[in-house]
Design a protein around this ligand. Structure first.
Ligand code: PRX
Length: 635
């Protein structure tokens, strides 16, 4: 790599070896974006080719109409006789034996599971809940659903029973796939117990339990063991042939309200974008060992931990543990041992490793490409990642996308560049981003505004919000009209057309890369009987990027330490450990407008030390002093 004017460019060697190393692809895609995606679509296997490539009936759009496929055929059937490793599984404990699963074995395992699901009555189009840790069976579960045309609805295994319940109630799954228990770092999680609790008042009738923790569980009539139901099943299961626009999966994510929304993706377009972005952005080839550290509970876990590396015929690495356990050298050791070639992680992990020095002094000469995702990466962490992990040799692709976009839509390509620390980079070929002011006028370079996407939208983008069409229209296609996709991000671009993401414009916060809505946290806290009112804001955190703090108004004379403890516990049980509060402030009043809207912006500004601006619009300006006082006490 070499540096010029504060930007990095790939060396000749990297460029020469890369799938893409010239501007050509950008020009081609710009001239005819639909053709660009058609060409990408030809790189996956279709049973029947599509008749119409793209239809746009704002705010709806469809891709590859009439096309028929099953995503699993592009990597399972294709490689069914291959002994090449598809999955390297590294368990939580370094003392437990690792597992390698070949493409041939993956084909058989997925087919057995698919047959078992069918035997249980699971049909095409129905949803199946998945609540599993990062174990190979989680991948088998995803792929078995895909194979039989059922929609998987994965719930992050660190979500609490209540969070599982809300999602299962919305998606209406009859079957939930979970595990008895598992270890994460030094902690044991009784997942089945959580699942039992979480499915109360839902439509879940059957639970498939993977034996992982071997802990004692309450095994009742509704439960079956995974290893038992697949035992007698055939290793052949013909794939259900899907229409390109059939629903593929639902994944819940946080929006501006308290209720998570089920983002819906379609079969054909998602597969095309997952394959193309992995190939062009991570330069994936059959010889790669690709490690995306994202949990399958999140979109990155779906697209880049599972589907993209498989669609590109690479070997994927699946890691059950955490970066700094039992020692901070865990990531480096895994990269070294398994000769990882592309390593994709979140800035929060980079910051953690950087402060603990992560022992990346090792050679790590297998690495070719580094990637970052999920939140803006600060310059210091970017440079550390690039120098200490990538040895100034590997392109560092900062990748911007969302649960809704299905795959990456912004990132410089490794063989082309340029890479500018803190900038996500260039739009993916064929994707048109703009920055708008609030009236929908295009902003000039270096001016912040709303990041939007113009049609034709990439094929992997969402097709709807599950059972909530109004939400789809309202969240994504109402701010600037039905033809403009509103990202909810604030951004700007420089003279070279490189984009920098500033952050979310809504009430979503990114805690260690995980997407949470302050509204969701407030709903959970409000369930406490002593809380009259509350507001949650995200504040800067050294490691997590952002961390939530809560301001609560209480009507009880309860001891404040007790109340703080109860509020924190409330969030643990309603959402899970990712929602752990950095601080809870008990205050007499919250700043509000005359119409009663809580002014979270003011609370954020008190933390960041910004000028609070004109407070005269507040109904209760004196509340601000109360907040300042409490914050000072807490510091
Ligand atoms: O604010 C942006 C931020 O993460 C949001 C999407 O979150 P989620 O749906 O959980 O998907 C995360 C993984 C794809 C975006 O609206 N974000 C994502 N990637 C970046 C980013 N912010 C800055 N730089 C990125 N590379």
């Amino acid at each position: 790599m070499h540096k010029k004017d504060g930007m990095y460019y790939p060396s000749e060697e990297i460029a020469e070896g890369a799938h893409v190393n010239s501007e050509h692809i950008y020009k081609e895609a710009e001239n005819d974006p639909v053709k660009f995606w058609e060409d990408r679509a030809r790189e996956i296997d279709w049973r029947e080719e599509w008749e119409t490539s793209f239809i746009h009936k704002p705010p709806y759009f469809e891709w590859f109409l009439g096309g028929k496929l099953n995503i699993t055929e592009s990597f399972l059937d294709k490689n069914k006789d291959s002994d090449k490793t598809a999955i390297i599984f590294c368990p939580n404990s370094p003392d437990e034996e690792e597992r390698k699963i070949s493409y041939r074995e993956l084909y058989r395992e997925v087919n057995r599971f698919s047959n078992a699901l069918k035997r249980m009555g699971v049909r095409k189009g129905e949803s199946v809940g998945i609540y599993l840790p990062m174990i190979p069976e989680a991948i088998f579960a995803l792929l078995a659903c895909a194979r039989i045309g059922a929609m998987h609805a994965v719930v992050f295994s660190a979500f609490s029973p209540s969070a599982l319940r809300v999602r299962m109630q919305d998606v209406g799954a009859r079957v939930l796939i979970t595990a008895d228990g598992f270890s994460r770092a030094g902690e044991f999680i009784e997942l089945k117990k959580q699942a039992d609790e979480g499915i109360k008042d839902t439509s879940v009738e059957k639970m498939i339990v993977v034996k992982r923790g071997s802990n004692e569980i309450d095994f009742t009539e509704k439960d079956v063991w995974y290893h038992e139901i697949i035992k007698e099943e055939s290793e052949e299961c013909p794939a259900e042939i899907m229409d390109s626009e059939d629903p593929f999966f639902v994944l819940y994510t946080s929006g501006s309200t308290g209720k998570p929304k089920g983002v819906l993706h379609a079969c054909g377009g998602y597969a095309v974008q997952a394959k193309a972005t992995g190939k062009l952005i991570f330069d994936l080839k059959g010889s790669d060992v690709f490690w995306s550290t994202a949990d399958i509970g999140w979109i990155t876990g779906h697209t880049y931990t599972v589907y993209s590396p498989l669609l590109n015929g690479a070997t994927l690495l699946l890691f059950e543990g955490v970066p700094n356990w039992p020692e901070p050298d865990r990531f480096a050791k895994i990269i070294e041992k398994h000769k990882v070639t592309a390593f994709y992680t979140a800035p929060t992990a980079v910051r953690m490793l950087k402060t603990q020095l992560g022992d990346f002094q090792r050679e790590l000469d297998s690495l070719r490409i580094l990637g970052s995702v999920g939140e803006p990466i600060d310059e210091d962490s970017w440079e550390w990642f690039y120098k200490i992990v990538g040895k100034e040799r590997c392109p560092l692709v900062d990748t911007w996308w969302q649960t809704e976009t299905g795959g990456i839509l912004m990132s410089s390509l490794p063989g082309v560049g340029p890479f500018k620390p803190t900038f996500a980079g260039r739009p993916f070929p064929g994707v048109k981003f703009k920055v708008y002011d609030e009236d929908g006028n295009e902003m000039p370079p270096n001016k912040e505004g709303d990041l939007v996407i113009l049609p034709p939208f990439a094929p992997g983008m969402l097709r709807g919000v599950y059972k909530n069409d109004e939400k789809y229209r309202e969240e994504y296609f109402s701010v600037f009209g039905e033809e403009v996709y509103y990202t909810s991000d604030t951004a700007y671009y420089d003279e070279k057309g490189l984009f920098r993401i500033v952050g979310r414009a809504d009430d979503v916060i990114k805690v260690a890369g995980h997407r949470l809505s302050t509204g969701e946290l407030e709903n959970a806290i409000s369930k406490h009987e002593d809380i009259v009112e509350c507001a949650v804001v995200g504040i800067k955190d050294e490691i997590k990027g952002e961390a939530p703090v809560a301001f609560v108004v209480s009507n009880s004379g309860k001891d404040s330490d007790d109340l703080v403890g109860e509020v924190k516990k409330m969030l643990m049980s309603e959402i899970g450990p990712i929602a752990s509060l950095k601080q809870v402030y008990i205050v007499p009043d919250l700043p509000k407008t005359r119409s009663g809207k809580i002014m979270r912006r003011i609370m954020k500004k008190i933390f960041s030390g910004e000028d609070l601006g004109d407070l005269s619009t507040l109904a209760n300006p004196e509340s601000v002093d109360g907040l300042k006082e409490e914050i000072q006490k807490g510091q």
